[in-house]
Every structure is written in C-alpha cells, then in structure tokens.
Design a protein around this ligand. Structure first.
Ligand code: 5AD
Length: 371
C-alpha cells in the first residue's frame, strides 16, 4: 500500500464519522503529498456543504478599541508597544458601523478590542450591546474582549450578546507560556473559556499556527482540545511576526511562511472533519499571507465564516496585530464588493441577514437544527 493509500484510509475513517484518536488526527494533518492534501480539502468541503450548505456566514468586524492591559509577546497592540496610537471609537461611530453591517445584510457583528476589565470598560460594552440591539433590524452580537469574570460575562449575555471568541492561542501549556508573559496563565485562559459556556455564550476558541517550536503534534492536540471543550466556533490562522513585538524576529523566510499557510489550511480541514457542525472562520491572517486567494482557500478547505471589516478606515492602521494586515485603506463598501465577487468565484453563497448560529450550539442546547 502506498503512503497516500494509507492516508486515505484514515480520511475515510473520519468521513464515516469514527471518533479519531490523537494519532489519527496527527496523521490527517500530515498528508504525504499534494494529491492527498487535495483529497483532505475536498473531503472537508464536501462535509461542510452536506452539513451547512453552500453558505457562508458573514460577520461585520468592528475593532472598537486597541487599548490593552495585556502584554502578549506576539501581538502588535500589546500594552508595552509605544508605537501604537491608542483609540476607542466613539459610541456613535460603533453604532454606525453596526448599522452598516446590518444594512449590508451581514446579520451579525463582532465587537473586538484589547483586553480591559475595569468597570468603565465593562459598563461601556454593556451599553453598546443594548444600543446595538435597539437598532432597527439589529445584527447578532459576538464579542471578543478577552478574559473577564463570570459576572461580566453574564452581564453581557443579559444585555443581549450571543457569542464570544476567546482563543486559547495554543493548547500546549509550554507553548502558551513561551508566547505570554508570566502574568498570563494557561489555566486561567481555560477557566475563562468554561465561564463563557456557563454564562450561556456560543463559545469560540482557536490557536495561532506556525508558532516557533510548534509541531503538527501540538496542532493535533489543539484539535483534540477543541473537541474536548465542546466549543461551537473556531477561529485560527497563521502566526505572523509583528516587528514591534518580542516575537518580531521569528523566522519569516518564504519556506516558513509557506508552511504556516499550508498548515493553516490543513487545520481548518481536519477541524471540520473532527468537529463537524461547528462554525469555522476563514481568518484575515490567511488573507494577509495570500491577499488574492487566502480567504477563499480557507473556505474551500471547509471554513464557513468570513469577518469583513465594517469599522472606520481611520482606525485600521492602529489595529495591526501583525504585519501585512489586508484592506488597510478600504472602506466597508469596497470590502463587501470584493467579498461577493470572490464568493461567487468559488461557488459559495452569502447567508444574508442571518445571525448564523452554529448548528453545534443549536443541537447542544436542544433547539431545532434546521439551517
Ligand atoms: N499573528 C497572528 N495572529 C495574531 N493574533 C495576535 N497577534 C497575532 C500575530 N502576530 C491573534 C491572536 C488573538 C487574535 C485576536 O489575533 O490569536 O487571539
């Protein structure tokens, strides 16, 4: 039997619904050649289309503040980067962006910011959630504002937020501590993920791919972690060194970049096969590595969510978590137009005006699972 035939046997197991062990997940992440890799992507896309249709959920992304109390070694808006001009968008501007997302038919927004846990901030977010929900035809609200107390998470759920994204960044405690200062704890991050679920959020997590020292074995464990945590949504993408951070001089030669990109697509595909009915984002970081086709390739590897920016262009340059962020000077309208063209090209359809709840969440909470 050839290596590819052996590979396809494991792929077939995944397709038939067998619960894969860690070793088998790692095998799937390691196709022996490009032809086998193509079969992996095709199998993941087929499963995505069977479970979720030819549909892509759109969420308008609003990066509403870059003020951050954390000092993550990889992130461009870390507290101790003095080069960043700090901003918080005015409430009017945020509401305007949310209304625009709804006008565009996106059906949902993601409010993302640096992490703060002071009362002024948590109350401001609560107010925002209420005001967005009071808009005519309000978009569903996803938050991405870091680790918070259970009381804060509950307050935000009660105000009307539905979903929350909090990446574990790496499920390996060693890698996690290598990329964070000692004030950040892996255990605390995991506990925050549990609190999100307890508070009633549709819960999303994810990792960065291609971190220094990270192997496919780590990434296989990440997928197992997603399954064990029973999350509803996944957002992950390549690690992109940001020059003003302690990890800014990490390897960034063409071969490393290529590997980060390939591994990211494989992670999307294998995560789809293992987790099945969750929402998986094709992230901006993928597009940063391949501006023409990155996002599209993510969708063709089994992702079903895209988060086009709807915030003001004036803030875009101050929210660069990594180098090479795409669409730095394009407004929401231009981004929307490109997005529609590219979805058409790959035979996917936007799911207009839908909040786009993950089927996984609907099932685990006992709802009607029809899409
Ligand atoms: N490269 C890729 N992704 C990054 N993020 C932050 N910095 C980088 C970087 N340099 C991701 C993290 C974070 C999310 C909001 O952005 O995974 O959770």
């Amino acid at each position: 039997m050839t290596a590819c035939q052996r590979y396809l046997r494991t792929l077939e197991l995944a397709r038939s619904g067998t619960k894969l062990n860690l070793r088998q997940i790692e095998i799937l992440l390691t196709p022996p050649d490009r032809e086998c890799e193509k079969q992996l992507f095709d199998a993941a896309l087929k499963l995505k289309r069977e479970l979720l249709g030819n549909l892509v959920n759109l969420r308008g992304l609003i990066e509403f503040s870059n003020i951050c109390s954390r000092d993550c070694f990889y992130c461009g808006i870390r507290r101790s980067n003095p080069k960043v001009a700090r901003y918080t968008m005015s409430e009017d501007k945020i509401l305007h962006s949310a209304a625009l997302a709804s006008e565009f038919g996106y059906g949902a927004v993601v409010l993302q910011s640096g992490e703060r846990s002071d009362r002024k901030f948590t109350e401001q977010v609560t107010d925002l959630i209420k005001k967005i929900n009071a808009l005519p035809n309000p978009p569903a609200i996803t938050l991405s504002c870091g680790e918070q107390s259970l009381a804060t998470y509950r307050q935000w759920v009660n105000a009307g937020a539905k979903r929350y994204l909090l990446r574990i960044e790496s499920s390996s405690p060693e890698l996690f501590s290598a990329i964070h200062p000692s004030s950040a704890s892996f255990t605390a991050r995991k506990a925050a993920l549990r609190r999100l679920r307890k508070a009633g959020f549709q819960t999303g997590t994810g990792v960065m791919i291609g971190l220094p020292g990270q192997t496919l074995h780590h990434l296989a464990k990440d997928i197992k972690f997603f399954r064990d945590m029973d999350v509803d949504m996944i957002g992950m993408g390549p690690f992109l060194p940001q020059e003003d951070t302690p990890m800014g001089d990490a390897a960034n030669d063409p071969e490393t970049i290529r590997r980060r990109f390939d591994w990211s697509l494989r992670m999307i595909a294998v995560t789809r096969l293992v987790l099945k009915d969750v929402n998986i984002a094709s992230t901006t970081a993928l597009q940063a590595l391949d501006p023409e086709n990155g996002r599209e390739k993510g969708l063709l590897a089994g992702a079903n969510v895209i988060m086009p920016n709807v915030g003001d262009v004036e803030y875009r340059k101050d929210y660069q978590l990594y180098n090479g962020k795409p669409a730095l000077d394009e407004n929401g309208e231009a981004i929307r137009k490109q997005l529609l063209d590219s979805l058409r090209r790959i035979g996917e359809t936007p799911r207009w005006n839908s909040s786009g709840d993950p089927i996984h969440f609907i099932k685990r909470t006992g709802g009607d699972e029809k899409i």
